[in-house]
Design a protein. Structure first.
Length: 353
């Protein structure tokens, strides 16, 4: 077993092959991914992908509050303060890992328990089997910190039904297990105390024939029913309002509704970074027509532009450094964020992933 201070890699002996088991152990930081963790994960996945005795990979977290709360944004803030020119390499490594998981040739089973946000989505949602417990708290909170949903979620979110992905990406809303199941972000609901038994059942099962179907059927044996989604009851309103072509149009459509829930959504949207909202909406609209690799290349371009600006780091300051929860966005209003100011975020770069 290979052990780092933030994660463990081990092999679980099994029938007709072993499982590669990844356990995130940086619970004091809610398993936020630093660059060392990201590189180690990618290297281990590459090693297991070519190892004949490894039949599948499982990723989980040690017991605690989180599966993975995202990337280690505090460390990014410190690197920016120190004028670190290698800062974009963090995202190159992260997106390369995301693409590795998306394209992985072996089953990749994510067991999510607790907080799963941002970069946590990148190491889970792109796998072949997405499993979560009733303790799941899921969000893509990037517009609240002056950024945008990345790690391949520009590809996932616009493909969710009823414009749910647009609502999720723009509002930074927090979703329950029931919500995630209802909108198709997850495949299975399993009690967290059953995760160890599921891992050993996976190890003890042969995948030689119809491996994806075999794994799905096995996880189904552990699955439990979920409650009705409180979010999904609003799906018709969400589909209508978030189908508008501009952020201003979305807010106008929400304000025209009589449901008080819509007023809460408008209130939340107005706290988000105006530039982030407009870049996010365009990114999701664009990615509807893109293949996965094209979408993540687009993200690499957008991210470079956010790193050159101030909003992302102002959002981190307000959320996790000073914790005053009062970011000062520039520009401060949606009206000031013009199409001409959004366009450069999508312009070609001299480099690619």
């Amino acid at each position: 077993m290979q052990t780092l201070s933030e994660m463990e890699f081990e092999e679980v002996s099994g029938r007709d092959g072993n499982l590669g088991l990844i356990t995130l152990t940086r619970q004091q930081a809610l398993n936020a991914l630093n660059q060392q963790m990201i590189i180690a994960l990618r290297q281990q996945l590459e090693e297991w992908e070519t190892a004949n005795h490894i039949k599948a990979v499982v990723i989980r977290a040690a017991e605690g509050r989180a599966f993975c709360a995202g990337g280690d944004i505090r460390s990014l803030y410190d690197r920016k303060l120190n004028h670190d020119p290698t800062l974009p390499e963090f995202f190159r490594d992260e997106y390369t890992l995301t693409r590795r998981i998306h394209d992985y040739s072996k089953p990749y089973i994510a067991l999510m328990d607790g907080i799963t946000m941002g970069g946590g989505a990148g190491i889970s949602l792109h796998g072949s089997h997405r499993v979560a417990s009733d303790r799941l708290l899921f969000a893509m909170p990037e517009t609240a910190i002056g950024f945008y949903p990345d790690v391949g979620t520009t590809y996932i979110l616009p493909r969710l039904p009823h414009k749910m992905g647009y609502y999720l990406g723009l509002s930074s809303a927090q979703l329950s297990l029931a919500d995630c199941m209802a909108i198709g972000l997850l495949d299975h609901a399993v009690k967290s105390e059953q995760f160890p038994d599921l891992i050993y059942a996976l190890a003890d099962t042969s995948f030689k024939e119809e491996e994806q179907k075999t794994i799905t059927n096995l996880i189904n044996d552990f699955s439990v029913p979920v409650n009705d989604s409180s979010l999904f009851q609003h799906h018709k309103i969400i589909e209508h309002c978030f189908n508008q072509k501009t952020v201003e149009g979305i807010i106008k459509a929400l304000n025209e509704q009589t449901d008080p829930w819509c007023k809460d959504v408008v209130r939340e949207l107005k706290t988000k970074c105006p530039t982030s909202l407009k870049v996010t909406l365009r990114a999701l609209q664009t990615a509807e027509q893109l293949e996965f690799d094209e979408a993540i290349q687009m993200e690499f371009r957008i991210t470079h532009r956010f790193l050159q600006g101030t909003n992302f780091f102002e959002g981190i300051r307000a959320a996790v450094v000073d914790k005053d929860k009062t970011p000062h966005w520039k520009p401060a209003t949606l009206k000031e964020v013009t199409s001409a100011s959004v366009q450069p975020y999508f312009a070609p770069l001299d480099i690619s992933l």
